[in-house]
Design a protein around this ligand. Structure first.
Ligand code: XMP
Length: 595
């Protein structure tokens, strides 16, 4: 869809660009992310500009720069952190390394009439993360907030509607942060943005893009592809759309039936269901590396799609195109993902799909939307509430929740001095520490009553990975109160392992479904199968409930003791499961998924 007159976030490489854009949209104004070097003339239609944070120092050679002419566009500009530094330097002020670095919650005092910070009280606590600061303000600016370590914590030039915050109003840790952002958004007079009527608004564009072709769409079972398929049916009509649900053998228990029922109720019957589990498990035999598994799963999807579509007489180049449920964060590389080590490839962007995109053979009708917007659209299209508000589930399904390893990970290289019972586990998992993704050890803690663990264990989940570069996760053992021998069994992706995890996952989902408030509080609850237990051939389950807003960062979620106990007892009753663990790690340092 042609972008409405919205607020543009110039992304200097911080990790919060999507967070800023999705917040702005929730305030009812359109927002999009652009690279920092976007020429000012391309931003003429913008209603306002937000300069994001970034990891570099603005005075260092090679640091990202925007076009200084954006200040002549006559629109409000808000600089955050690095954005503040670039704004200060470009408009004639001075940026220096501060005498004290500030990280985390920091009180600020609001000065003068507070400008954009009015109504935030005389002082409030904000989230800081900086070494540099504005030592001298550019002409025309007046300080509006100060902190102990940063004299110019916020400043403004009211006449030009330029604002700069050293802190991050977009994160939940900043008190009144959303009010501050909202006030800036209100100043911009951006074109209103809401999901109401979105289907109607983009209908013309979908028709134009598809022309007289038809769309073939892989429906994965996830929210995004389900909504995209429903939207395409709605706009193009059933005769011009054909859906294919490939049962990979890596889906949740009862998932295929649930999707089929939802579509049946909407009268959508153009979905072919292909059971390809054997083919997936065959291709994944003896494969252990997570990224290789992802590639194989992505490529097998395509192979099955090609075979089935050919059987159906659908030829991609000849009258048919491919539909995908890709959403905005998957298409826009932010500074935070651009340089990240390539440990995860999005399955909608494997090479073969990339080539089809280049040839104009792919339609992605949700590519401008954030997840919560996709959900609203799904409800508007008549999909059941429970289906569209399901926790996100990764495209490769249980495939990335079954840890595969040919040999135990040596644990002798990790030495911990802790005064609580603990054990280094013989597997590694993916984490995010510093700029890169890493495979590191998990350490389990033990206690007599794991369902109400000592408060200190949560502090340990932070301090252990901080102090030990070889550890990225801290778990709590729910099934044993003391370390036991960890018996490793080599394992790749098999139907047996998938069936076992499916049962454990179904138990967790049943318990969550019984508590709607809990289910809402939790963003995602991966249940992970790991290839070691306390007996020969035995395996373990890791529970990974997290709270998050956008999956970029996440906190390990606490569960009511009775729920945790029931889940543990029921999973332990499954034949083949010896132990159950709860992941206490936040992201960073541990990612949400284990692979
Ligand atoms: P991490 O593990 O990076 O996950 O903290 C962030 C979010 O991404 C999801 N995820 C995936 N989704 N294909 C997907 O479609 C994948 O390969 C994949 N890997 C992770 C994860 O579930 C979480 O919501």
């Amino acid at each position: 869809m042609e972008a409405p007159r919205g607020i543009v976030i110039l992304d200097f490489g911080g990790q919060y660009a999507h967070l800023i854009a999705s917040r702005v949209r929730r305030f009812g104004a359109f927002a999009e992310i652009r690279p920092p070097e976007t020429p000012a003339k391309e931003l003429k239609g913008a209603a306002g500009i937000i300069l994001s944070g970034g990891p570099q120092s603005v005075y260092e050679p090679g640091s990202p720069q925007a076009d200084p002419k954006i200040f002549d566009l006559g629109v409000p500009v808000l600089g955050l952190c690095y954005g503040l530094h670039w704004m200060t330097q470009t408009l004639g002020g001075e940026v220096k390394a501060g005498t004290t670095k500030e990280y985390g919650r920091t009180p600020i005092r609001i000065e003068g009439n507070g400008s954009i910070l009015r109504d935030c009280g005389e002082s409030c606590v904000v989230w800081m993360s900086h070494g540099d600061e504005a030592a001298r303000l550019p002409e025309g600016f007046v300080r509006i907030a100060t902190s102990d370590a940063c004299v110019n914590a916020a400043f403004a030039d009211e006449s030009r509607k330029f604002y700069a915050f050293q802190f991050h109003p977009e994160v939940t840790h900043t008190e009144h942060g959303f009010d501050m952002l909202k006030r800036f958004v209100d100043l911009c007079n951006a074109e209103p943005w809401s999901m109401t009527g979105y289907a109607e608004r983009i209908a013309d564009e979908i028709r134009k893009e598809v022309g007289d072709r038809k769309v073939f769409m892989l429906v994965s079972g996830g929210v995004d592809s389900t909504v995209a398929f429903t939207l395409l049916n709605d706009v193009l009509g059933a005769k011009r759309v054909q859906g294919l649900l490939v049962d990979t053998g890596l889906m949740r228990k009862g998932e295929v039936a649930m999707i089929r029922d939802a579509f049946d109720r909407l009268g959508i019957t153009n979905l072919h269901i292909e059971d390809a589990a054997e083919e997936f498990f065959g291709n994944l035999k003896d494969v252990y590396a997570p990224e290789e598994k992802r590639q194989i799963i992505g490529n097998t999807f395509l192979a099955v799609q090609k075979r089935v579509s050919e059987d159906m007489g659908l030829v991609m180049d000849d009258g048919w195109m491919l539909g995908q449920g890709t959403i905005y964060p998957d298409t826009i590389e932010t500074g935070a993902t651009k340089h990240a080590d390539k440990i995860k490839t999005h399955h909608n962007r494997v090479e073969a799909v990339q080539r089809m995109i280049e040839r104009g053979l792919v339609i992605e009708p949700l590519k401008d939307l954030y997840k919560d917007e996709v959900r609203q659209l799904g409800e508007e299209l008549g999909l059941p509430h429970a289906l569209v508000w399901r926790h996100p589930f990764p495209g490769p399904g249980l495939g990335v929740r079954i840890l595969c390893a040919a040999a135990p990970e040596p644990t002798s290289d990790v030495t911990l001095t802790l005064d609580v019972p603990h054990q280094v586990l013989p597997v590694r998992s993916v984490g995010v520490q510093g700029d890169g993704r890493t495979y590191r050890h998990a350490v389990s803690l033990f206690t007599e009553d794991p369902f109400t663990p000592p408060e200190s264990y949560h502090a340990l989940s932070v301090s252990i990975p901080n102090a030990n570069p070889r550890v990225s996760r801290v778990l709590l053992c729910l099934s044993h109160s003391q370390p036991t021998q960890a018996v490793f069994t080599p394992g790749y992706l098999t139907r047996e392992r998938a069936d076992l995890l499916r049962e454990a996952d179904a138990i967790v989902n049943e318990e969550l479904a019984a508590d709607e408030a809990l289910s809402k509080r939790i963003w995602q609850f991966p249940v992970v199968l790991v290839p070691f237990g306390t007996s020969d051939g035995g395996q373990s389950v890791v529970l990974r409930p997290v709270e998050s807003i956008d999956a970029m960062t996440a906190n390990a979620a606490g569960l009511p003791p009775d729920v945790l106990r029931r889940i543990t007892e029921r999973i332990l009753a499954l034949a083949g499961i010896d132990s159950v663990y709860l992941d206490l790690t936040s992201k960073p340092p541990g990612t949400i998924e284990w692979e």
